[in-house]
Design a protein around this ligand. Structure first.
Ligand code: KIV
Length: 273
């Protein structure tokens, strides 16, 4: 049961993240963008579901995360939230929804919280968006930061390579993480940065760090579900571990179905009325 009268002490909250960090319990996070996948992921016991703006790639087939809109994120987040009983649900604020002004960021964050019922939002950036992060947190909206490879800035970076390899960028990332932590973020995603730097950041901040391509010393890990389930054809970055080969499973099932239909073997008498 969830909502105002919730009595479920097992429901993961932003406070649970801090407690899990303190007791050294790793935090598991996966993406989901729809009801069916969210129900499976939540009932499998993952701690957090991220309604990532990677929905732009995975669900809509765009080349990057930039095109997805606030209303599209709301559609995905609302579908996910309906399915989830235990996991903390975070919704990405999409590109353009929090960069124009603090006021517009707050308006969009409130819209996302009101219309989806998610537990928190995620924004990409450090010092450059710190005032915005503070405004959201002051309004009571839990914020997860995102540093390192921040896909909304892909055109600035010019590619999806490792970030913060050199000292100035690593120092800046640490400073950004400390600033987000001091501002009150309950977690920070660290994407595609050297494992040593991620470990240093994890020790330096009081909030939880969630790594993707950031080594195993962060407080938790996140992967895109479709990637780790082997559904995304040919996407094999070094940080990705395949936990299933659903592409083959689904193709085989679809082939069997097609064959059965073509030779009139489906539906059978038992499957007919
Ligand atoms: O949008 C997303 O899926 C993300 C994760 C890769 C962290 O931001």
């Amino acid at each position: 049961m969830s909502g105002y009268l919730t009595t479920d002490s097992k429901k993961i909250t932003t406070q649970s993240f801090r407690e899990m960090k303190q007791r050294g319990e790793k935090i598991t996070m996966l993406t989901a963008y729809d009801f069916t996948m969210a129900a499976i992921v939540d009932s499998s016991g993952v701690d957090c579901i991220l309604v990532g703006d990677s929905a732009s790639n995975v669900m809509a087939g765009n080349e990057d995360t930039l095109p997805i809109t606030v209303d599209e994120m709301i559609y995905h987040a609302r579908s996910v939230k309906r399915a989830v009983k235990r996991a903390l649900v975070i919704c990405d604020m999409p590109f353009g929804s929090y960069q124009i002004s603090r006021e517009e960021a707050l308006r969009n964050a409130i819209k996302i919280m009101k219309e989806t019922g998610v537990d928190a939002v995620k924004v990409e950036g450090g010092a450059d968006i710190l005032d915005t992060v503070k405004v959201l947190i002051a309004a009571g909206i839990p914020v997860c930061g995102h540093l390192g490879l921040t896909p909304q800035s892909i055109h600035k970076f010019g590619g999806y390579g490792l970030r913060a390899k050199d000292e100035p960028e690593a120092d800046q990332l640490l400073a950004d993480a400390l600033a987000l932590d001091a501002a009150g973020c309950f977690a920070i995603v660290l994407e595609k940065v050297p494992a040593r730097l991620a470990a240093k950041v994890t020790k330096a901040v009081s909030c939880a760090t969630i790594g993707i391509g950031a080594g195993c010393e962060t407080d938790g890990q996140v992967l895109v579900s479709a990637d780790m389930l082997g559904m995304t054809n040919g996407f094999r970055p070094r940080f990705l571990r395949l936990y299933a080969d659903l592409l083959t499973v689904i193709r085989n099932a679809v082939n069997c179905y097609s064959e059965d239909v073509k030779r009139s073997a489906f539906p059978s008498k038992d499957e007919s009325y």
